[in-house]
Design a protein around this ligand. Sequence first.
Ligand SMILES: NC(=O)c1ccc[n+]([C@@H]2O[C@H](COP(=O)([O-])OP(=O)(O)OC[C@H]3O[C@@H](n4cnc5c(N)ncnc54)[C@H](OP(=O)(O)O)[C@@H]3O)[C@@H](O)[C@H]2O)c1
Length: 237
Amino acid sequence: MSAAVVFGAGGGVGGALADHLAASGRYTPVYVGARRPLPPGPHQIPFVYDLTDEDSIFKAASDIETPPALVLVASGMLHDKSRSITPEKTLRAIQPEAMARLFSVNTIGPALIAKHMLRKFPRDRPAVFAVLSARVGSIGDNRLGGWHGYRASKAALNMLIVNFAIEMRRTHPLAVVVALHPGTVESGLSEPFHAGVKPWKLFSPDTAATHLLDVIDRLVPDDSGGFFAWDGTRLPW
Ligand SMILES: NC(=O)c1ccc[n+]([C@@H]2O[C@H](COP(=O)([O-])OP(=O)(O)OC[C@H]3O[C@@H](n4cnc5c(N)ncnc54)[C@H](OP(=O)(O)O)[C@@H]3O)[C@@H](O)[C@H]2O)c1
């Protein structure tokens, strides 16, 4: 048996991913990480970490005993009322503290998870490391502009995924390191922006988890370093 690890399991998409993985019986156990302790579920082992605290990520990784076959980073932020962070519509709205926080949570935190989790990957078996990025982080797909900090932090995350895939290929040829776009999903993160979204383009977390796990199931080592949407299509970086 191999373990699965979900960072961001307290969120909309992350919670649904953790539940699907535990229900599938394919991974034992499923480690579920959040900033505050989650209730233990069947086959789920909770852990606490914060993306802005490397020691907490190191500790979480050290406590995971079973080699992981799947590590999902489902955390992320777009806005934070408590810090007056909202997506910028213009250049004038750029605030250095807000941008630094977005990079800390969306880019540096996942990089630290990769730093401490990828070394635990088996060398002789396939294993997947997938981060939830966002289509708006694609430089090649950017036609609307705006959301400067969020877009840039996800674009930087996408670059790191390419880097990590190159590095892992040398030592772990069966490992797959990818970025995924979940579609627009009903969650706290997307809630302020639902108004303009057509109902059939707004997925429930449960549906999003089904889509993403289908994509993950179809990944092969040659896909490592790729950026994939919820329907399996490859997105431009
Ligand atoms: N929803 C969408 O439409 C959409 C579209 C494209 C991409 N995405 C991406 O999908 C991912 C999941 O989003 P979601 O919709 O599930 O959002 P969500 O419900 O707001 O979940 C975000 C998660 O990130 C965690 N988080 C935030 N700051 C953290 C920190 N400092 N340390 C540890 N965890 C932290 C939150 O933890 P707490 O529970 O402790 O607050 C929460 O569990 C994100 O990366 C997002 O950018 C979402």
